[in-house]
Structures are given as structure tokens and as C-alpha cells.
Design a protein around this ligand. Structure first.
Ligand code: PLP
Length: 623
């Protein structure tokens, strides 16, 4: 439990049982918890292969309540006179089931949806029932998009068009007049405040989206000329996603609230202040302002926002607006866990080195051996430089035919033995030289795992985002191996060699040795936000199986939905293969082999059956 930091990042939704298995516990009541290992076994027994993405609808429900209740508590505590009405940004996880569950669980808080494109609006209109909830339309809008939004207003939805670029207003006014609908207009503003984190370019003066102050004034003037200023009801900004520092959030709200107050003074009715996303998830559990963390709680976030908005409104004697946030990551990240099995392990064992080498070995190998024999705590850096030098020389000599394969193999044993000793001894140093810092990963085991980084955690590859990773069972045994993880794409980027900071070492993950008798299951946690649709088909590994689980509160669970992952046939059709034609072409190739006497007709039948099974099978490693 301590080793993997589960208490720090798990928000108590995850814990470790007395049996040493990870428990899932959305109700935060030990009686209701269920073992992830039991769910994994249950899923594989039903015939769904690993990797599997598990979604826990109770966690989504709990996170929605947590955000809404935290805002409601802050509003009550501070005597704020407006209300909070969140919207879920569809881009964060667009899967139909996710939107359906957000609208279902969100109904009691009138939690609405945010869309950033026409397809997202079309999806939202099919899922949304609650007419008290907000429907915020961001993004570039063409005529079709605007018409759909206007029809939504006609049908009673609280739909807002947020102007992202100045040119959009004309089209909105033109279509509203044509369809005889009074539009609800919002403006997205560019703040000068900029936050730290991966996505800082979404905010600040140079952000791509939003209007600067003179463009805002031009919109207000235009609305006044058109006698439509009563349509201006909302102000929006988005500072960026995963803002780890609460100070950045506070500074931005203050600036935004001032702009809001000025818009009211300009004569706009307003009523809604939309602060976008940014509420961060503490992926590494460090509770700091590092990129993968967050130095504030949800309660603190809500209190700071309500307080800042209230202070500015009170000083200008303006009615307290409805506060909207577009939190996505914080709502859905905890909701999904990716489970996979380990297929194999490569170890870089410390080989025994004889005190005397065979004199017939090349000189260069003797030099390397000498360095090995002279190693002490005092000359670690020098030894490291020397073994790299001799290793490279020996490789060169091998390439030029001056050293045999056997001789090179002896030199590599000496190299790895020395590296192991350097890693063991460097902990005795007061100051570890920077070159020796990350050596653990060089001698770590490689655990080959049945998943694709590119498909299931693309942000790990693209922006080095860290996710909590740990085995979901055998947690009473001390994990004796230090490992890095390789996926099955065989791409050199398809690996994970940075982990959340566990006991000051974040370049390897402690894992257990594999057993012949049982599968070893690893979970990657907090993957519910952004990963699913950003994932790609690298090496044609497709969508994984998805299983939605509902915990019943009495220690039992139901599988409420199963979505089979892509078959080989599916992924091939995504890249424009006509699978019918493929079957025909391969049948011809097999028939030619029969004609040439290479295979018999009955062997052809078996070959065609294998081809067919391959096409229909899962893209991942199947047992
Ligand atoms: N709103 C807008 C306009 C966004 O672009 C985003 C994503 O970056 C979000 C909301 C969601 O942000 P988060 O997931 O940080 O809550």
C-alpha cells in the first residue's frame, strides 16, 4: 500500500485488502468494496481477453456529487447568492456511455454539457433531457452548428453560443433572425493570466482562442447597434487543463470576474460566469504544484472561486452570477482502470566474473576486466566512463571483424556485472553524480505487457504524463524486482520508464517475479480522461475490450455493459482494407500453393480457417 502510494492518489476509491489485492471502493465503506483481481478473473472467465478497460459508474457518480456538493458547501458557507451549475466537456471522454452516465447522474444537480464541435453538439442533443441544465457551445461554428443550437433553444434548452472569434457574431445574428429565435450569447475572453502545466498555451494573451479586450468592446458595441445586447448573458474563459497551482486559478478568476463586472456596467444582462476547465487531478499523489499533481483540494478550489467572484461582484454592487465550470478531467479520470497481463520478462542478471580471464582473449576485454576488478565506492564515475569507453571500442572491433561473438559475449557479461555493482554502491555516496542517477532503469527487468501505450495511454508517450501503475494482487509479498514496462507494439517509444515518485526512485517500478502457475495482472489507474479517443492505431492495436461495472454496495458487483474491442478485421477496415477482397486474394494465393504442390487441398482448408480466425480475433495477445 505504502510502496505504490495508493493512499495518496486513490482518493480512497482504491485501497489494498488484507489478502493483498487492490480494492475498489466508491462508497468508501469497507463492506461494499470489491477486489479488482476478482473482477479481472470474472471478466476473463466470461471470455473477454486482456487488456480490458474497466469503468466504474459509481466512481463517476461519486465524483459528480463531490464537485457539486463542494461548490454548494462553499456557496452556503460564504453566503453567496448565486448558484453553481457545472457542465461536462464532451471532449474529455466522448464515449456514448460516459455522456449517458454524466447526464443521468448529473440530473440531480442540473449538471449540463459543453460541446466544442458540431459532432459533439449532435451527440449532446441525443443524450440531454434536462432543460434546466446548461448546454454550452464552444468552438468554431458553421451555419449548421448554429441552426442546431438555435433549434435547441426553441425546444427549451438552456443553450449558449460562446463567441470564440469576432466573425462568429454576424452569422449567429443572421441565423437567429432567419429562424426567429433569440440567441443566448457568451464571449470567450483572453486573460492575461497564464498558468503553469502542460496545457498553458490555452490561456494568456497569446492563446489561440478568445477575444482580447478591444474585440470584446467591439462585440458589445455591435450588439448595442443591433439592439441585441440583452442576448449577452455569459462570459467564458479557459486557462488550460490540469492547472496544478491554486494561485494561478485564483489570479485568473479575479481578472475574469472584473471583466464580467465591466460587461454588466456596459448594459449586458449577463448572469453566467463560466470558468472553463483546469481543475487538476493529483496523479502522482504528491499534493504539489508539479505538472502531474495539484496543490489544492476540490473544496479549496470551490471556496477560492466562490470567494473571488463574490468579492469582485460585491465591490461593484452586482448581483452574484451563476458560476459554471467545465471540469472534465477531475470528473472522469478516476472512473477507468486499464488492466493487462504480463507476457514475459527480460532480466539483466549480474553474471559472476572470474578473477582471472582467459589470456587468449583480446586486450580490450582484459582492460575492461581490469576496470571491473578495481571498482570501489570512490571511483564510481570514473569506472562508469571507462566501461562505456571499452564497451564501445569492443563493439567497434566486432563490427570490423576483429573480435568474435563469443569474445564479445564475455565483454558484455563484464559490462553488466560492473553496472550492477555501480548501482549497488552509488547509494553509499552523499552526492550521486547526475550521470549515475538514472542507472536503475538500465539494469531493470523489462516486463512485456499486453497493451499498447499509444492506444491506451497516449499522453504517457506524447507529453510524458505519469499515471499510477501497480500490480493488483500479490501485495502481501515484497516486490523484489525493479522493472520498466514495455508494451507489445515493439516500438522503442512503446514503453514506460518513468513512474510516480515512489521512495525517491521514479525510473523503475517494483514488481513481483512471474509465477508459472498464474497470470500477473497490472493496473494503470486514473485513465478515464482524454486517453480513450486520443489513442491511436499504432501497429494496428485497436480499442481494448471495455467492461462497465456497477458495485451494489454489499460487496457484490454487476457487469452492466460489455463492449468488445476491435477485431483485426475492424482495424484493417479503418485503414481502408477491404476484408472481403483480402479473403479472396489470400484464397487465390493458397490455391496457387496447392497447384504448385506446396500444400494439400485439406491443408488449404486449415490455412484458410487460421486466416479467418485471425481476422475475427482480438488485436492483442490472445491465450
Ligand atoms: N473547456 C474547454 C474549453 C477546454 O478546452 C477543456 C480542455 O482542455 C476543458 C473545458 C476541460 O478541461 P479539464 O479537463 O481540465 O477540466
Amino acid at each position: 500500500e505504502e510502496l505504490y502510494g495508493i493512499k495518496n492518489w486513490g482518493r480512497k476509491y482504491f485501497s489494498v485488502s488484507e489478502k493483498g489485492e487492490v480494492l475498489i471502493n466508491p462508497f468508501k465503506d469497507p463492506e461494499s468494496a470489491v477486489s479488482l483481481k476478482d473482477i479481472a478473473t470474472g471478466v476473463t472467465d466470461r471470455g473477454l481477453d486482456m487488456p480490458v478497460l474497466l469503468r466504474f459508474e459509481n466512481i463517476l457518480d461519486a465524483q459528480l456529487s463531490y464537485l457539486n456538493e463542494s461548490f454548494n458547501d462553499a456557496i452556503k458557507k460564504l453566503h453567496y447568492k448565486g448558484r453553481y451549475q457545472g457542465v461536462y466537456p464532451i471532449k474529455v471522454n466522448q464515449q456514448q456511455q460516459v455522456i449517458q452516465e454524466v447526464t443521468k447522474f448529473g440530473q440531480r444537480y442540473h449538471h449540463g454539457l459543453e460541446v466544442g464541435s458540431k459532432p459533439e453538439l449532435i451527440a449532446a442533443l441525443s443524450e440531454m433531457k434536462d432543460k434546466e441544465a446548461c448546454l454550452i457551445c464552444n468552438g468554431y461554428k458553421d451555419e449548421e452548428f448554429i441552426d442546431l443550437g438555435l433549434y435547441a433553444i426553441k425546444m427549451g434548452f438552456k443553450c449558449f453560443f460562446v463567441i470564440e472569434i469576432p466573425g462568429e457574431l454576424d452569422l449567429i445574428l443572421k441565423r437567429a433572425e432567419a429562424l426567429h429565435v433569440q440567441p443566448n450569447i457568451g464571449i470567450r475572453i483572453k486573460l492575461s493570466s497564464k498558468a503553469g502545466g502542460h496545457w498553458t498555451e490555452s490561456g494568456g494573451d497569446r492563446s489561440i482562442f478568445g477575444l482580447n479586450m478591444s474585440q470584446i468592446i467591439a462585440i458589445v458595441d455591435r450588439l448595442k447597434i443591433e439592439n441585441k445586447i440583452e442576448c449577452l448573458k455569459l462570459m467564458h474563459y479557459h486557462l488550460g487543463s490540469q492547472i496544478p497551482n491554486i494561485r494561478d486559478i485564483r489570479t485568473a478568476v479575479q481578472e475574469a470576474a472584473r471583466v464580467y463586472a465591466e460587461l454588466v456596467k456596459e448594459g449586458a444582462p449577463m448572469g453566467y460566469i463560466d470558468l472553463g476547465g483546469g481543475l487538476a487531478v493529483d496523479y502522482d499523489g504528491s499534493n504539489t504544484n508539479y505538472t502531474n499533481s495539484s496543490n489544492y483540494s476540490v473544496e479549496e478550489y470551490c471556496t477560492d472561486i466562490v470567494e473571488a467572484v463574490m468579492t469582485v461582484m460585491d465591490s461593484s454592487q452586482i448581483e452574484h452570477p451563476t458560476i459554471i465550470t467545465e471540469s472534465g478531467r477531475a470528473l472522469v479520470a478516476y472512473y477507468s482502470v486499464l488492466l493487462f497481463n504480463v507476457l514475459d520478462v527480460a532480466t539483466f542478471e549480474e553474471h559472476e566474473i572470474p578473477a582471472q580471464l582467459d589470456p587468449s582473449l583480446p586486450e580490450e576485454v582484459h582492460y575492461l576486466h581490469e576496470v571491473n576488478q578495481k571498482l570501489t565506492v570512490k571511483n564510481l564515475q570514473e569506472t562508469y566512463n571507462d566501461i562505456l569507453y571499452y564497451r564501445d571500442n569492443i563493439r567497434n572491433m566486432f563490427n570490423h571483424g576483429r573480435i568474435s561473438l563469443r569474445e564479445r559475449a564475455v565483454s558484455e557479461k563484464i559490462f553488466w556485472n560492473t553496472l550492477h555493482q555501480i548501482v549497488d554502491k552509488k547509494n553509499k555516496l552523499k552526492f550521486v553524480p547526475s550521470e549515475l542517477m538514472d542507472l536503475e532503469s538500465a539494469i531493470a527487468d523489462i516486463y512485456y505487457c499486453n497493451f499498447s501505450v499509444f492506444q491506451s495511454i497516449p499522453d504517457s508517450w506524447a507529453i510524458d504524463q505519469l499515471f499510477p501503475i501497480m500490480p493488483i494482487h500479490r501485495l502481501l509479498e515484497l516486490p523484489t524486482r525493479n522493472a520498466v514496462i514495455a508494451d507489445i507494439t515493439c516500438d522503442c517509444d512503446g514503453n514506460i520508464d518513468k513512474f510516480i515518485d515512489l521512495h525517491d526512485m521514479n525510473n523503475t517500478l517494483p514488481l513481483h517475479p512471474l509465477k508459472d502457475t498464474e497470470d500477473y495482472f497490472i493496473g494503470i489507474f486514473l485513465v478515464g480522461a482524454y486517453q480513450e479517443t486520443l489513442g491511436d492505431l499504432h501497429n494496428l492495436f485497436g480499442d481494448t475490450n471495455v467492461v462497465s461495472v456497477k458495485l451494489n454496495g454489499d460487496g457484490t458487483y454487476d457487469i452492466v455493459n460489455e463492449i468488445s474491442g476491435d477485431s483485426v478485421q475492424d482495424v484493417l477496415s479503418y485503414v481502408e482494407f477491404d476484408t472481403k477482397a483480402m479473403r479472396m486474394k489470400f484464397r487465390k494465393t493458397a490455391e496457387e500453393a496447392v497447384k504448385m504442390g506446396l500444400v494439400t487441398p485439406s491443408e488449404r482448408r486449415i490455412i484458410m480457417q487460421s486466416y479467418e480466425n485471425g481476422l475475427l480475433g482480438y488485436t492483442y495477445y490472445e491465450r
